[in-house]
Ligand binder design. Structure first.
Ligand code: ZN
Length: 105
């Protein structure tokens, strides 16, 4: 599972209709194992107009994706990667890119 993804990470979509798109993580929904990525899986919603409040129209917003449908893009080598966890000398856990071996945090 892609459990090492956090808010504001850039991720690549690896399956579904938006495969190949990338974007920043807006929100993670841990209990559903899902996340929302800006600009990905856009859902159109029709809104009714209310005089003086808002116009009728279509609002587009990103829908949730399964965490297993995305992969993290490393901030160092810019490649989609699996990450491992490394424990530093001070006990802090950090993510480490399995491609370039740099820590991601
Ligand atoms: Zn890397």
């Amino acid at each position: 599972m892609a459990a090492h993804i956090r808010k504001n990470d850039t991720v690549l979509v690896i399956s579904g209709k938006d495969r190949g798109k990338r974007g920043p993580v807006e929100r993670i929904i841990p209990k559903d194992g899902r996340l929302v990525v800006a600009g990905v899986n856009m859902i159109k919603r029709h809104t009714k107009g209310r005089p003086g409040v808002r116009q009728a129209g279509i609002i587009e917003r990103p829908g949730a994706l399964s965490l297993s449908n995305v992969i993290l893009i490393c901030t160092h080598c810019s490649k989609p990667t699996r990450v491992g966890l490394t424990i530093l000398e001070n006990g802090r856990k950090v993510r480490r890119c399995k491609k370039c071996n740099e820590t991601i945090d």
